[in-house]
Design a protein around this ligand. Sequence first.
Ligand SMILES: Nc1ncnc2c1ncn2[C@@H]1O[C@H](COP(=O)(O)OP(=O)(O)OP(=O)(O)O)[C@@H](O)[C@H]1O
Length: 121
Amino acid sequence: MPPDLRPRARLRSMGHAWRGLRWMLRSQANARVHLILTTLVIGAGLATRLDACEWTLLVLAIALVWVAEAMNTAIECLADALHPEHHPLIGRAKDVAAGAVLLAALGALAVGVLILLGRFG
Ligand SMILES: Nc1ncnc2c1ncn2[C@@H]1O[C@H](COP(=O)(O)OP(=O)(O)OP(=O)(O)O)[C@@H](O)[C@H]1O
């Protein structure tokens, strides 16, 4: 088996990913807001006994927000490392990356509202 496919190497790689996520939660206020909202939404889903299809949509919507936030954070880190000084293009890159998080969050909000409206409407 190639060394990079060995379970130990894959586990180490997953450890790096968890370290990145833990750092994101510690350093990014937005990520902590996502964590609170994710917990609330999952609680609401459990309370209203969503079906498998509704859970699938909700999980995908939540995952999309987390992926967008992680990419936004990675882009911010890279930009700050490569070009710490002020630059209009860095600002634009950060604004667009933050826009991706906003789009994902609005999509997740729409999914949540539609699912809960279906439950209570
Ligand atoms: N080096 C830079 N050059 C130009 N504009 C910048 C630069 N750094 C930050 N900005 C501007 O300030 C905004 C906030 O950037 P910052 O790196 O502080 O991210 P943040 O406060 O964590 O934002 P977010 O909440 O969107 O993740 C950016 O979206 C951008 O408009």
